[in-house]
Design a binder for this molecule. Sequence first.
Ligand SMILES: [Zn+2]
Length: 390
Amino acid sequence: MNPQLSHFVLKAGRVIDPAAGRDGMFDIRVRSGTIEAIGVDLAPEGAFVIDVKDHIVTPGLIDVHLHLMKGLGAFGVDPDIFGVGSGVTTVVDAGSAGHTLLNVFRNYVTDNARTRVLNYINLSTLGGVTGPGYSILADPRLIDEAKIEQAVEANRDIIVGIKIMATGGALGAQGLKPLERARKLGDELKLPLLVHIGESWTKDTAPVHVGDVLKYLRAGDIVTHMFTVHPGGLLDGNGRLWPQVRDAKASGVLMDVGHGLHNMNFDVARKVLDQGLHPDGVSTDGHRGNRAGPVYDLPTTMAKLVALGFSLNQVIEMATINAAMLLGRGEELGTLKVGAPAEISVLKLEDREWKAVDSQKGTLPARQAIIPVYAVRGETVYETIPADRP
Ligand SMILES: [Zn+2]
């Protein structure tokens, strides 16, 4: 179980590293936690050999949207379940912590995890304390720019952006004012905004129009839940992309899947994809309530995108270098570099018929399953935690 190895070779896997333009059979040598060589038929040199023939080997997979504060409300999940336990080396919490909880997050989540855990700080001081159905931005005092700035500056190494719930339920009587404040704060702190769209939690308030939300976003900001079927999504009443969505994408706003319990709908996905809007990041929106389905893990979410028509190489690119760039970590994550710390995922591609299920129980026939096998971080080779995948 999770052996620690000072010198090992991942032998004869199919290495797919889109950022490096690599797709072929290679060995990878890891010594003292660092990638020492990538090549064909590397000499053993006394290394422990891990045979990964018939497996896919990729840069460490990155899941850009989850809820990882275990013990917080109904959602918090241990980061190593969707992380190294699912073949994923980097996971990113989307707004569990507001500024008052950020140190708690750092000390109890990031510092105790075997997976790399990054963080979007919540614009609202309440973060995930109340659960998502509450008006966490409806009182102007619930946004404290000075305190957010202090928390960010003390934790720049783990902070990748600011999370905002752009729903009628969360914004309440404040309307779009919190977005205006978020825009200003993002510019000052030089951090992107991660914006939740879709009224998946609150049904009794008028939805916010995505076109109004997008007015506040710029290149590098991220919209999550791009395939939501709930009011406030990317499509108009006729199933066409709102024109503002095309304009935002053209200006560099990024789109994330954010599968979750509510927001992956295959019919919406097909319409969005048919109109040429593709995801920049693929994420589970993983939490305690969707591990046992419909989400399971990032590789299963990737396999759903394959069932929707993407190639294996495309979804690996989304979950590696594209995700790294979305997080502003393109220099350090998302590709296999000789001399860099080992962050590697090993997957099994199974050619078999299975039925992909979305958040509304819609189904899609799928022909390839992607099963996580190992996550490598430094000297440790993590085996996956069993999940009841389809
Ligand atoms: Zn989420």
